[in-house]
Design a protein around this ligand. Structure first.
Ligand SMILES: [Fe+2]
Ligand SMILES: [Fe+2]
Length: 561
């Protein structure tokens, strides 16, 4: 029996393909059957011969109707085709010939694609006689079938075999390239989605965004990238507050998640924990419904602030490095954001403590004006509201008002506390306080934006104020507002050397001084808000700088950090 093997640079099946074929025993696959059928049609069209396809590992046989149902390949023939490197011509008896190729189907199964021909007056080989007899065929029927086979001389059949081999080799190459293209396309799509998610996340890392909002944003977009039964984020956002956000059907509640994480305390959390195939494992038994999962920390120890968990990947798929990498990136970003918020809070606390200390120092130095800074701050903020200033500006005005007289720290106590009329020299000493305050606070980078109020709150609208003799709108608006609030509180309050001025008189002074001492717009704002301002002063109680602590973190973070 002569055999011709034709070599190809790109063989149709590799040893790896064959191994997959062995693994897929007993597997049924409509997809493979469909591909096998189309290959059969292709083979018949390419060779013009009655053709068949044979999937040995699950004994799937399909042939053209011109071939009898008993015609299959013996194990010996199967081996000849499977282990041939490319297309093969196999003689069966003296003049019956098979030509065939191993091909790998989508399931990984290896099939043999072949055709049958004869040369000259052929007689049926012994194995056909046995098979036909078993199938109830008569000798005449078998002879008729053999005679019906196309008669093709060996050289022609060899060329046909070679051409068909090349044809299928090319088809395989095209299919492979097509598969690679599809894989590449879906990989690019996934990467784009991944980058898009991480980009959208980093775009939302302002301190004003709550961690819960970020977590929910991640979970909402995560499902399209990691189609799991459930994804969840558990975060410790404060000393006594945490969030547990779940998307989908998580087979773990909060308590079980805590139990799961504690089980892996020894894990090296610089990399995600990936667990697949939990069925029939101790872990699977302890956490029923958990088939596979990825667990990543939010933040690194000692600043770990929570966990991201993804459970039960869809379609029985296993978690891999792609999912682990994405969740790891999200965990790092969220962890960094939470840590930043903590740092901002610490910084905020420092700034508040500092301002509180300054105000208390001033109050201790000049007890007669205790509470002045806070009242001016409250009044100035109300004037700012009346002038429709944005919230950020109102908080700046508030903070600047709190510190507007801080320069008095550098003025002699005897002058500050003097109950009598000041001498010109003493008055000049007092007039130094805006610049002294400015110089003190100028050193502090985080308070730069409130300096105009401190330096210029004694400027007059007509240019006759101090220290810079600024005029009109040359004076920063913050300072023009503080000037009105400062004057109001100074005139209204009792001092050791005089009683507070009646409101009617004060307002008369405001009217006369509008456009001269004070900005007319701010004076108008005062008259529009006069009842509120009276109420602010009436209701005022010296709470100290604790009012500062009421500033929202967003404001502090935005304005002072
Ligand atoms: Fe002042
Ligand atoms: Fe003042």
């Amino acid at each position: 029996m002569a055999t011709i093997s034709i070599e190809y640079s790109n063989p149709l099946a590799t040893q790896k393909d064959l191994a997959w074929g062995v693994e897929s025993i007993n597997r049924t696959s409509p997809e493979s059957d469909q591909v096998a059928s189309s290959l059969l049609e292709e083979m018949a069209a390419a060779t013009g011969l009655p053709s068949f396809v044979w999937i040995p590992c699950r004994r799937y046989w399909k042939s053209e109707t011109s071939l009898p149902t008993w015609l299959t390949l013996s194990p010996a023939l199967v081996d000849r085709f499977l282990y041939a490197n490319g297309s093969t011509l196999v003689d069966l008896g003296p003049s019956i010939r098979f030509l065939g190729f191993p091909v790998t189907l989508p399931t990984g199964e290896v099939a043999i694609l072949g055709s049958v021909a004869r040369e000259g007056a052929a007689s049926a080989p012994a194995e056909w006689i046995l098979a036909a007899t078993d199938a109830g065929w008569s000798q005449a029927e078998l002879t008729q079938f053999v005679d019906s086979l196309l008669c093709i001389p060996r050289p022609t059949l060899e060329r046909l075999c070679a051409l068909a081999g090349r044809h299928f080799s090319s088809m395989r190459t095209v299919d492979r390239l097509d598969d690679e293209l599809q894989q590449l396309t879906s990989q690019i799509e996934y990467t784009f989605e991944e980058i898009s998610l991480l980009h959208s996340l980093t775009q939302r890392l302002q301190l004003s965004r709550s961690p819960l909002e970020l977590a929910n944003h991640c979970l909402a977009r995560l499902h399209s990238l990691i189609p799991a039964a459930g994804n969840a984020i558990w975060m410790q956002v404060d000393h006594d507050r945490h969030h547990f956000s779940v998307e989908g059907h998580l087979p773990l509640d909060e308590f079980q998640l805590a139990r799961l994480t504690s089980r892996f305390e020894e894990h090296d959390w610089s990399r995600p924990l990936v667990k697949n195939n939990l069925a029939k494992t101790l872990l699977g038994a302890d956490f029923p419904g958990l088939q596979n999962f990825i667990l990543v920390p939010i933040g690194e120890a000692p600043f770990r602030r929570g966990w991201i968990v993804s459970c039960n990947l869809s379609d029985d798929k296993e978690y891999g490095s792609v999912e682990a990498s994405l969740l790891g990136s999200i965990g790092t970003i969220l962890g960094t954001h939470l840590r930043n918020i903590e740092l901002y809070r610490e910084h905020q606390s420092l700034v508040i403590s500092f301002v509180r200390s300054l105000v208390q120092t001033l109050d201790a130095k000049d007890p007669y004006t205790r509470g002045h800074s806070e009242r001016v701050a409250l009044i100035a903020r109300r004037l700012g509201q009346e002038l429709r200033l944005p919230a950020d500006d109102l908080e700046d005005i508030y903070m600047s008002s709190m510190l507007h007289d801080i320069g008095k720290i550098g003025v002699d106590d005897r002058i500050l506390r003097k109950p009598d009329q000041l001498t010109p020299e003493e008055f000049r000493a007092i007039q130094q306080h805006p610049m002294i305050g400015y110089r003190i606070l100028k050193q502090l980078k985080n308070l730069q934006h409130i300096l105009p109020g401190v330096r210029s709150h004694h400027e007059a609208f007509n240019g006759k104020g101090y220290p810079d003799c600024l005029k009109g709108e040359e004076i920063p608006l913050m300072a023009r507002i503080i000037a009105v609030a400062d004057s109001y509180d100074a005139m209204c309050s009792d001092r050791p050397y005089r009683k507070g001025m009646p409101l009617e008189r004060l307002e008369e002074i405001f009217r006369r001084g509008s456009g001269l001492q004070w900005d007319p717009n701010v004076i108008d704002a005062y008259f529009a808000a006069r009842e509120d301002i009276s109420e602010i002063c009436r209701a005022y109680s010296p709470t100290g700088a604790d009012l500062l602590a009421e500033l929202p973190i967003e404001t502090m973070a935005r304005r002072f950090l």
